[in-house]
Design a protein around this ligand. Sequence first.
Ligand SMILES: Cc1cc2nc3c(=O)[nH]c(=O)nc-3n(C[C@H](O)[C@H](O)[C@H](O)COP(=O)(O)O)c2cc1C
Length: 315
Amino acid sequence: MLKTAICDLFDIRHPIFQGGMAHIGTAELVSAVSNSGGLGIIGSGFYEPDWIREQIHLTRRLTDMPFGINIQMASPFAGQVLQMVLEEKVPVVTTGAGNPENEIPGLRKAGMKVVPVVNSVHLAKRLERAGADALIAEGAESGGHVGETATMALVPQVVDSVSIPVVAAGGICDGRGLAAALALGAGGVQMGTRFVCSDECIANNRYKQKILEADDQSTVVTRQVLGMPQRSLKNNLTDRFQALQNAGVSREELKLFDRNRMYLGLIEGDIEDGSLLAGQIAGLIKEIKPVRAIIEETAAEAERIINSLKKFEEE
Ligand SMILES: Cc1cc2nc3c(=O)[nH]c(=O)nc-3n(C[C@H](O)[C@H](O)[C@H](O)COP(=O)(O)O)c2cc1C
């Protein structure tokens, strides 16, 4: 069985994280991942602390394995959510959409492991200095908010610039991706889009089907003008957003136009006018599967690939 420093650090059987995903990283998915030997992570999005606390309690009822919570630093409730997470002592905190530098010491002091998502070497070094336990290096192939550097280039550069363990994210959905990430020096992977298409994910089925129908050209990055570029499946919404952006519509109007689109797409299943966050790897996902199958097949395939690569030594 593949065992890496990430397995030891987070007390998990397989070096696989389920990315914290706003609206759909709920207790159902998180507990299924943790019960299958990965690290399930609650997506707190822009939700209020009470809703998130409920998800933590529900997760605890469904699993006694370690799990995490993702805090979006850009959330208007980030401060209150951090306070609540300190009270609840969630074992692992990942952070997205911002810099958690000032919060790391407090979380660690309370006994939590802090794993920020980074998309640059600069931020990786800074957050290692601030005391992060590990980092998630997320490449531009990812679904959701993205930076500019692709996973293949970002991961080895982050690995070489820090001495804490690194988890690779972006463009990974199977054992080939896990084996590649380990070859780049990562200790594990975080997958998002793959877990959307699981039985346990509460995402609307019309959105899941759109991912299954996707090919390698189906996603696009929009919202650059809002300062938060986001990758999602192309649809009427992304076309209209780009047209408005090109026409020079103000940031305020674009923000208003964009409001609640994620809930509309992910939960209500409006596949034309809702936001359908997904990564470039969507084109490789062809089946909705149980979480346990996703995790066990990914780990087993990676192990097979790593063993098969040894044949090159003999040639
Ligand atoms: C629907 C969706 C919602 C996401 N929401 C968040 C979020 O709230 N916070 C965060 O840090 N990352 C978020 N992400 C990114 C994932 O946690 C993960 O890092 C990413 O999906 C990995 O790339 P992949 O989609 O190629 O697997 C989201 C991704 C998706 C697909």
